[in-house]
Design a protein around this ligand. Structure first.
Ligand SMILES: Nc1ncnc2c1ncn2[C@@H]1O[C@H](COP(=O)(O)OP(=O)(O)OP(=O)(O)O)[C@@H](O)[C@H]1O
Ligand SMILES: [Mg+2]
Length: 525
């Protein structure tokens, strides 16, 4: 047997059975990747012409007069007039040609266009035609189909001549049939992103990290650092913010762990704990941090500090968002550390650092040392122990004696399971304490992968003891409080109350009137 040939076959892409089909997408099992195939839209020739025509018109492009002649029916003329006044007039062409528009304008453009298409008899599939027109003009062009698919978490472009890859919530990483051509849409799209976020992106600044108006996070590189062509990674913003109850529903954490964290983050209104959420890339650190922040009582003043704005604290009023800024032209850099130092002069009750990476770690620990309680943040690492090591070493360089100021570490993990899709779990919850000169780590909860369960360990929590002293409650009273909150979480779960706003309201009501909330709970069992 010709072994080379045999090996070649084995690693070539294999296409298996059809797993799912929706809208323009067919998903097949496969090796080494599942396949995500975008079908050609079955537009009629007339629909195709209209799409091209309207897309060009929307962004002020050149339109061939021959085509206009073909459109010479009364119905179409009427449609075009309405299109000009109800759609084109909404947008600033110069602006949208170069940048992504704000969400409200885009929504309105979409709504009006859809309404107009309703009256046009030559268009059969109104909503798909509408989407295609917007994608081709003011949207994500060939990537539009991926951006519209709510099942996708990430879109990955690896350079010219290569297929686009996507991370699908159910089917993991899939290879798509969309190829990136050298003369295609990519460089234009990347420029548009850079202009939208007003960041420099050129041969002198070949790396771009940004957040788009729709909340997606984008990273791009150009040939200076990625010789095979530009790369683009889009982390899509999940449209429905995830609440604590949603995370429990997904199994990311259980209600017992959620209730424990709730008490620790709130600190019975007196002694909130300092906490860091750690884990690998895209393991759900920021989402969990955001959820924990919703547990902070409304009467606390919160300052959040981030590199790119991601945290969203809903309807809360006493909250300031700070965002770092790189040096652009003559403007000076404002680092996370600058912002953190400044925030200490803003009378914060709570400081939340989006991602701790560098010397801001020292400032954060100094803040904890000078009495700022309930500080929270995320930090990239794989275990609680590794996180402590990263904190101690440069560039963070926090002195070992300060580490026990941090009370809790939540470790997140993301993995893929063929039966469940992409799964995110709290892998461990560890508390930190000091014994003589030693920094101790104790796991209070651990994830058992075989059982897919988060289990409480036998270790006694030293934080319960600490909290009980500070808030003048016995340990048993505190444990009962955790149990009550667990019941409240289970109740919301059973009743399907999982909308971020609703959940937040119940938490805040509980602070105001615990007896009232519990009474409701017992009535509506
Ligand atoms: N528990 C969860 N269950 C399901 N989806 C989640 C969960 N947590 C986060 N996600 C989704 O996963 C994606 C990444 O989440 P997130 O930004 O929180 O990760 P991260 O660990 O902070 O990533 P990074 O390493 O880039 O900072 C988001 O699209 C989010 O909606
Ligand atoms: Mg993050």
């Amino acid at each position: 047997m010709d072994l080379n040939w045999w090996f070649f076959l084995a690693i070539d892409q294999v296409k298996g059975e059809l797993l799912e089909s929706y809208e323009r997408i067919d998903i097949f099992s496969g090796f080494p990747y599942n396949l995500y195939l975008v079908k050609d839209s079955s537009f009629t020739p007339q629909e195709k012409q209209l799409i091209d025509f309207l897309a060009k018109k929307l962004v002020g492009g050149q339109i061939s007069s021959e085509f206009v002649k073909q459109l010479d029916s009364k119905e179409i003329q009427q449609f075009l007039r309405a299109f000009e006044s109800n759609v084109v007039s909404l947008i600033d062409l110069n602006y949208l040609n170069q940048k992504f528009g704000d969400l409200k304008t885009i929504e309105l453009v979409k709504l009006n266009l859809e309404l107009l298409l309703e009256d046009l008899s030559i268009v059969k599939n109104k909503s798909i035609v509408c989407e295609e027109i917007l994608n081709k003009s003011i949207g994500y062009r060939e990537l539009g189909v991926f951006v519209e698919d709510d099942f996708l978490e990430e879109i990955m472009i690896n350079g010219y001549g290569k297929p686009v890859f996507v991370l699908h919530k159910k089917y993991g990483v899939c290879k798509t049939n969309v190829l990136v051509e050298e003369k295609g849409f990519l460089s234009g799209l990347i420029n548009k992103i850079a202009l939208t976020v007003e960041k420099k992106f050129d041969e002198f600044n070949p790396l771009l990290d940004a957040r788009l108006p729709d909340g997606s996070r984008v990273n791009a590189t150009i040939q200076q650092v990625s010789p095979k062509g530009p790369s683009l990674t889009i982390r899509k913003f999940s449209k429905n913010s995830l609440s604590l109850i949603k995370l429990v529903e997904f199994g990311t954490l259980n209600s017992e762990l959620a209730a424990f964290l709730w008490v620790m983050v709130e600190g019975i209104g007196i002694e909130p704990m300092n906490l860091i959420v750690t884990g690998g890339t895209s393991s759900g650190k920021t989402v969990l941090l955001n959820v924990l922040a919703t547990l902070i009582p409304y009467n606390n003043r919160i300052i959040t500090i981030e590199d790119t704005l991601e945290l969203s604290l809903g309807s809360r009023e006493n909250w300031i968002q700070l965002e770092s800024r790189p040096k652009i032209g003559t403007t000076s850099e404002v680092s996370m550390n600058d912002l953190l130092k400044n925030s200490l002069r803003m009378r914060p009750d709570r400081i939340i650092v989006g991602e701790v990476r560098s010397e801001e770690a020292q400032t954060l620990f100094t803040a904890m040392d000078t009495g700022h309680r309930g500080c929270m943040g995320t930090l990239h690492s794989n275990t609680a122990r590794e996180m402590l090591l990263r904190l101690k070493t440069p560039p963070m360089s926090v002195s070992e004696s300060m580490l026990p100021l941090l009370n809790l570490v939540v470790v997140m993990e993301r993995f893929y399971e063929p039966k469940k899709g992409v799964v995110r779990r709290v892998k461990e919850l560890a508390e930190i304490s000091r014994m003589e000169e030693q920094v101790l780590l104790a796991n209070l909860f651990e994830y058992d992968r075989l059982k897919d369960k988060i289990l409480k360990t036998d270790l006694p929590s030293h934080l319960i003891e600490l909290l009980s002293e500070r808030v003048s409650m016995t340990k048993n009273e505190l444990k009962q409080e955790i149990e009550v909150r667990k019941r409240l979480i289970d109740w919301m779960l059973a009743k399907g109350i999982s909308d971020m706003g609703d959940v937040e309201e119940i938490f805040q009501r509980y602070y105001l009137d615990p007896a009232g909330v519990l009474e409701k709970l017992s009535k509506y069992r």
